[in-house]
Design a binder for this molecule. Sequence first.
Ligand code: NAP
Length: 285
Amino acid sequence: MAQIIDGKAVAQKVRDEVRTGVEAFRAAHGRAPGLHVVLVGDDQASAVYVRNKEKAAEEVGMAGKVYRLPASTTEPELLKLVHELNQDDAVDGILVQFPVPAQISQTRVIETISPAKDVDGLHPISAGSLWAGVDGLVSCTPSGCLRLLKEAGVQLAGANAVVVGRSNLVGKPVAALLLAENATVTIAHSKTRDLASVCRQADVLVAAVGREAIIKGDFVKPGAAVIDVGMNRNAQGKLCGDVDFEAAEKVAGFITKVPGGVGPMTIACLLENTLKAAKLRKLRA
Ligand code: NAP
């Protein structure tokens, strides 16, 4: 049976590290790092995500604010706020919660956030820096995946890693991070031929698709480390991942659960990114 990688425990460890880092930053600079979150519209799920981020930031002693804008907000209005936050020296991290209403271009919002404050790591400069090996802000869920692998002591250098999914949010940055750790990386996607045999080559298998149980037990190489990023609802409305957990845990060496795996890491890594952004801005000032 696989060893379960406990995302809640690792996320708590990251939060504790951030709390210590926030105290040190405050002692050195006379203020706490500031995370500023913008929520546009009334989407219930987004409101819960934002509240959780706000609470988590408070718990580690960060400063910041949540801007709750009406669903009728125009793109120029939102971009004006982003520009103001870019200019404000007390703002270290800017996060616009997606999705935004249809009248606003998500791409334009991402491109307007200063890369120095891009704690979601989605700006093309952040993405390019990651592939170029330049220190910068990396999107939170991929960072969380790597931290889970490292905490479990999984050997990455020289490992065959397969990432299923190639989104800018998860798949591509996870692949870049694994490459930076000297894994041999394959990125699979919806046009990949014979996904099962591609996955069976993986010493490290990361599933970021968004389809319940697309990764079957016989896709998993014996002893592999399996990271399940998927967040899906099954027929009973229960949260589940992309991996057939019951079958895969019998084969894998390490595996994450959904919930309780990658999910808790995302907010913890957002806090870590905000602290990093604050420190980098001081260093580069
Ligand atoms: P996405 O943008 O929809 O990307 C999904 C990827 O899966 C695409 O690259 C797609 O390939 C690929 N794909 C679709 N069907 C496939 C198939 N049959 N075989 C192989 N690949 C296939 O999704 P995302 O934003 O990356 O998110 C992926 C999952 O992670 C979702 O369940 C999401 O909810 C979850 N997620 C979780 C967290 C967290 O905090 N735990 C954070 C972010 C996302 P093409 O490119 O060819 O279309």
